[in-house]
Ligand binder design. Sequence first.
Ligand code: IVH
Length: 682
Amino acid sequence: MVDEAIVLEVERLRREIDRHNYLYYVEARPEIEDYEFDRLLEKLAGLEQKHPELITPDSPAQRVGGWITKEFPTVIHREPMLSLSNTYSTEEVGEFYRRVMKLLDRQEDDPSAPAFTAELKFDGVAVSLVYENGLLLQGATRGDGARGDDITPNLRTINTVPLRFRPFRNGDTGNSGGYEDSLIEVRGEVFMRKDDFATLNESRPDDEQFANPRNATAGTLKLQDSAEVARRKLYFVAYYLEGEVFGEMAHHVRLETLKKMGFLTDRYCRLCRELQDIQTFIGEWDRKRWSLPYETDGVVLKLDDISLRDVVGSTSKSPRWAIAYKYPAQRASTVLRKVVFQVGRLGTVTPVAHLDPVRLAGTTVSRSTLHNLDEIERLDIRLRDTVLIEKAGEIIPKVISVDMQQRPSDAEPVEVPEVCPSCGTILERPADEVNLFCPNEQECPAQKRARIEHFASRNAMDISGLGKAIVEQLVEKKLVSDAGDLFSLTPDMLQGLERQGETSSTKLVKAIEKSRTRGYDRVLFGLGIRHVGLATARELAEAYPSMDVLSEASVEELEALPDVGKVIAESVYTFFRNPVACSIIEKLRAAGVRMSSEESRTLVNSNFDGMKIVFTGTLERHARPEAAELVVERGGREVRSVSKNTDLVVAGKDPGSKLEKARKLGVRVVSEEEFEAMLFGE
Ligand code: IVH
């Protein structure tokens, strides 16, 4: 029997976590910091690990099961998942409106004309969730509409998919809940935010980039390792609720109910009583959608009154009571001024089009990749040509065609370079390759720069302040030749560079220093081994807990790992036999960069071992983040608010209410001088 107090604590933690999850995702007004949330979750997971008999399927600590399977079982949808008929014209939206009115035998100017909901059309992947007695039973893809794949374990990892929904009040009848013995189906869209998409792509090798967030979402939901799905932050937005208890509840009330149940819904949904309202909504979001953190590709219009939907009916493919208005693909025409051949970190030379700046889908575009030489040939593109560009997946602009009618007489063919634009070495074009390649791996400045930029990037060592401009100068002035050299930089060495004063130089050196504590998997990714993205780096780091062991692994051994094929295995093997790579690794090792999983942060001392410390008021000697870092280096950590669990409050000048609270709770309070003494005291 588990102690009653533990049972209660587990229940309290679950309630608390669910509440904060709701505040964060659905209401977008979090009350606690992310790390505090993580702590609650860790605590719950710890208790459940110790007392597995307390585990329930709806526990927030059970979202990730580390589930791996070979294939997904098939699910037959209870109601077919229809798709929507599309239109790209607002006139057709008017026709749709009038058609529905006619089928319902209503006049357009009838004051009691039925209303439509206008919702954003999320650009993601449609899924269905089935709940039994309030508990998530099954989640599936749309598939062919009649049957889809059962991807429950993957969907469970999504924070905005409630594992158990909250009790709701039935708006029409005033009944509370009533779902205890019923099946309820929720449908909606799984999507990835634009920023998370960018981060994900940064972590992947060049030849494995997703074209847009929708593809990334679809690819992620198909993964057979739910732990990896959990890492790639997906969201679920609900737009459909079905179950006997809801009777004839109008669609917009269902959306409100979904929100009460704990689902994320479209907060911009509007109930439109006239055609004019619908057209206004469409016009408004044509502009505003670019400022959303996720992608939308149109507006969905649905008859709000559910009982009227049967009157209007459906075809075998799509309902007649709804329609999707899609915004036209974002295209613009502009003029090609020059083609610059850019050298990447692995020596690949890519043509980049420099264009006259043009507004497209919310941003100004002046560059676009031309991918490779075959593409230049296919497009027959020449300098001064007028070209049509499109934002594929609304993010990366792409040249799709050349307007031959507008080709000027002086249009010049693109000159393909024979030597590397950066180092002058003769370029190679390996058989079966569409790209040129600079073989001067060791000395080519462009390759050096690109490798260092990759090392410093967000998913790798995340060195803030080490941008393109600085890296370029560092390499040009020969202060740095590879990532290993970064750690010998001093503020003095940086001060001669453009836009580097005393403060920024010191800051940059500190940021480089700080990156030494990044995990070994990120170091491995940062080395930029061909074909090794962040996910592969993690897998390698798990299987080989130190760089030394990994460097000894044979191709056969590496290939035996689940997600490592021959190409990756050979690439890793070759990398560790490259003398340049070995010398970089040695420099990093000497600098104290982590080379194994076990190594943990080296503490300066343990004066604050396990302590939770609150700062209040202004500190004279250290900026806040720095003070927090000093605490971490001594085994403690900073917390934001005072509670009885706080171990110490450091009061600076003009302390706030935290000081009073600390006094009330009897928490120890020290001055900044005392804190200073504690940092270094024995
Ligand atoms: S309703 C029968 N609402 O668009 C109605 N769909 O082209 C079913 N979609 O398969 C769909 N946002 O993947 C609906 N607010 C929204 C939507 C939405 C995106 C997707 C969904 C659907 C496709 C239809």
